[in-house]
Design a binder for this molecule. Structure first.
Ligand code: UDP
Length: 492
């Protein structure tokens, strides 16, 4: 999967951009590149090409300090003043926050660690040389021998001295090679105690990869965006990196889930398409796992699936409870853009089955426009599953699709796939829940920042309270209780 926005020759060296250092610590304006274009999640191929061209032009303007594109003197003066004032406010906030954190948390902890040093000789700090603003080496300090997040508290000394920002690009070791233009540009920005990359990594939603996310951040950076980023980072303290190693299999309530990144999942699916092997792929969220307790047939169908991926913040919390950190939150809706791009590149066709009449057609149009994939056919999901399935299967097989997305909701979709697996010709068959409702625009999906802080379920309750409140308000605590019980009874 190509995670680079631009194809830039390797000969472009970091040093060639040093002259741009003056502009990179300023808040950049948001312009031509939308988040979707940066992350590669939206836009058809022609749009992508235009976006690449626009992106290169915009980057050139930014490097020459003329990002806003405003030509009049008054306009330039206004924008220049606004950027300057935002920079001052930004710095005042940084100073205030770092002074508070240092006096309330860092100093008392430092005192304790100094006493520890006297007792057992353990050093108070560890140091690290990182790439600072303007690609210069900078030394930062962390507390030695204590866990996250307290370990990182001395980073606020860096904020106080101006070497680090509160919000910035992710901290990167000095000397890490940046082979692309985007990487070189990102390397010019000031690193932050909090970064979009760290935030998405903690919420297990960093599907696009580090460079694309950091690149997105450079175009979004601004006073308000950074303040909101800091607020969004608070849940990071809860979901933050675990010390345990991520294993390939995540065993929960008797079910083995595949613990992969989105990138890994897509390449595994690609390799099964290559091998012409039929595979059933399912996703489970806390509601699905609750259902398996009373519906053992559903449990067995999931168990017989070739891949079962963990979907949702409930599974991430469960992963922490069971000391098996999840690599990423993998659900069908997030996977679709990556899957479709891979399918488009290989010339594979997709069939969309499910949703109310008309929904799959609209979704098909949007999906093929946005990701360039051929949708070979669609059908709604409200046919008589006993008497009309044969005709639907015939339609799917005749379409020549190698990827079938079934969107009936769980466990109906998993049952249907399982029951008809031998008659169905597509190689990859997935149960994708409400995906077609989201992609057709029938139901709005929670904005990305809501998903990043793990509150997509609250958004779903607000949209369909009658149907969703039981699933989440009762289902979520019940699920956590069941995970805890399972851990006590079965996990050693
Ligand atoms: N649905 C369907 N056929 C049915 C019942 C449901 O096609 O017989 C569709 C329904 O229109 C909706 C989807 O299945 O688009 C279920 O969405 P939901 O959000 O409940 O699924 P989840 O993601 O929660 O499993």
């Amino acid at each position: 999967m190509n995670r680079h926005l631009f194809e830039i020759p390797e000969r472009v060296a970091v040093g060639e951009f040093r002259g741009a250092g003056a502009c990179v610590s300023k808040a950049p304006s948001r312009d031509v590149l939308t988040c979707q274009a940066v992350t590669g999640c939206h836009g058809n191929r022609i749009n992508d090409m235009n976006t690449r061209k626009d992106g290169v032009e915009f980057l050139e303007k930014r490097l020459s300090g003329n990002a806003s594109g405003i030509r009049s003197f008054a306009g330039k003066f206004f924008v220049g003043t606004a950027v300057h004032v935002a920079g001052i406010i930004d710095r005042v906030i940084e100073l205030a926050v770092s002074l508070i954190v240092i006096s309330v948390l860092v100093c008392p902890l430092m005192l304790v660690l100094m006493i520890r040093k006297l007792v057992n000789g353990n050093p108070v700090f560890t140091s690290q040389i990182i790439t600072g603003a303007g690609s210069r080496p900078v030394e930062i300090y962390r507390f030695n021998g204590i866990g996250v997040p307290f370990r990182d508290l001395p980073l606020f000394f860096g904020v106080l001295s101006g070497r680090l920002a509160l919000a910035g690009v992710a901290i990167r070791n000095w000397g890490e090679r940046e082979p692309s233009l985007e990487g070189a540009y990102i390397g010019m920005m000031k690193p932050g105690v909090i970064s979009l990359w760290d935030l998405r990594r903690s919420s297990k939603t960093a599907h696009e990869g580090r460079q694309a996310i950091e690149w997105e951040y450079t175009f979004r950076k601004g006073l308000v965006y950074d303040l909101l980023l800091m607020l969004r980072a608070i849940p990071m303290l809860v979901f933050g990196e675990s010390k345990s190693e991520a294993s390939e299999i995540f065993r929960i309530m008797g079910l083995d889930l595949d613990n992969l990144t989105m990138d890994e999942a897509i390449s595994v699916i690609g390799s099964h398409l290559d091998a012409k092997k039929q595979r059933r792929i399912f996703f489970v969220n806390p509601d699905c796992l609750n259902k398996t307790v009373t519906d053992r047939e559903y449990f067995e169908i999931l168990q017989s699936g070739d891949f079962v991926f963990p979907d949702g913040i409930g599974l991430i919390i469960a992963g922490k409870m069971l000391n098996t950190p999840l690599k990423e939150n993998i659900n069908g809706t997030d996977m679709l853009p990556f899957l479709c791009r891979m399918a488009a590149a290989r010339g594979e066709k997709v069939f969309l089955l499910g949703g109310k009449p008309g929904v799959a057609e609209i979704a098909a149009q949007k999906i093929s426009e946005n990701y360039g994939v051929t949708v070979a056919g669609t059908s709604h999901g409200y046919f008589d599953h006993r008497s009309e399935s044969a005709a639907v299967i015939e339609q799917i097989n005749a379409s020549g699709a190698s990827i079938l997305l079934v969107a009936f909701g769980a466990p109906l979709q998993e049952r249907w796939i399982h029951q008809h697996r031998d008659a169905l010709r597509p190689l990859i068959m997935m149960g994708v829940g409400g995906l077609l409702d989201f992609y057709s625009g029938n139901i709005r999906r929670a904005p990305r920042w809501v998903r990043e802080i793990g509150f997509e379920w609250v958004y779903r309750i607000m949209q369909e309270p009658g149907r969703m409140w039981r699933r989440y308000v009762i289902g979520n605590p019940l699920f956590l209780y069941r995970v805890l019980k399972w851990k006590i009874l079965y996990q050693r």
